[in-house]
Design a protein. Structure first.
Length: 253
């Protein structure tokens, strides 16, 4: 496993560069800083030799509320590296992670305590959507192996209705060379960040599938045959269904 020491060195330098970028953020226009953050996040997967397979059409660069199934802490650099001007809503525990928590906070991540509402986070997400930022949430509220989807929490969808902004479901799955679920990527149960990172460092190569699904409008269409607007629960269940369906399709031979 000759690649492990090299990856550790590269990752250490990359984290140090991330700290430097966050300190220098105020010296650059917001658009420039957002581009630098996106590049930095994308390079995390390059250093770890995680290859991304993209399916479906990526939507236009305007404000969307992205809903994704949650497998790993890797989901954040994955989606943050693919999307520009990204804001994440994450669990409060990540804020306490050494170095990573600080980097996430200074990159614009909003943190929410599990089981507690946060009006401040709701307002910030709504304003981000109005500014055409890409807001990413993991509405399961926990991580899984990626075999299926837990029930989505509908209250997290509200900023899309208030902005208003389209809802964009996206399905994620980390897979082996044979196409089976790669359990090394999953950050579940009582896993620790150091243990998870060591598993990923030991893997010579990993793959992740990303499927962009059909966008869900939150307002009636203006076509000749208009589609009525969906309520919050209907949007949530539809997004959940589409992601679950995508995961099942990957299971099919």
């Amino acid at each position: 496993m000759w690649w492990i020491p090299l990856r550790i060195i590269r990752l250490q330098w990359h984290v140090a560069r991330g700290v430097w970028l966050t300190h220098r953020a105020r010296h650059y226009p917001p658009a420039v800083h957002a581009e630098r953050v996106q590049t930095w996040l994308a390079q995390v997967l390059i250093i770890l030799n995680i290859q991304t397979e993209i399916e479906g059409d990526r939507p236009a660069e305007c404000g969307h509320l992205w809903l994704a199934n949650h497998v790993s802490w890797l989901d954040i650099p994955l989606l943050g590296g693919l999307l520009s001007h990204t804001v994440f809503l994450s669990k409060a525990e990540i804020r306490r992670w050494p170095i990573i928590g600080r980097l996430a906070a200074q990159a614009g991540t909003l943190f929410m305590t599990r089981g507690a509402g946060s009006r401040g986070a709701h307002i910030a997400l709504t304003e981000g959507l109005k500014r055409n930022q890409q807001v990413v949430i993991f509405p399961e509220g926990t991580t899984t192996l990626g075999l299926g989807v837990n029930r989505f929490h509908a209250r997290l969808i509200q900023p899309a209705l208030d902005a208003p902004a389209p809802v964009q479901p996206v399905a994620l799955r980390y897979v082996t060379a044979e196409g089976r679920v790669d359990r090394r990527a999953a950050y579940i149960d009582d896993d620790r960040l150091t243990t998870s990172l060591w598993r990923i460092l030991r893997a010579k190569k990993m793959r992740v599938r990303v499927r962009f699904l059909d966008c869900i409008p939150v307002q009636p269409t203006c076509a000749l045959a208009p589609t009525p607007a969906l309520n919050r629960d209907a949007i949530t269940r539809l997004a959940e269904h589409r992601i679950r369906q995508a995961l099942h399709q990957w299971d099919s031979p």
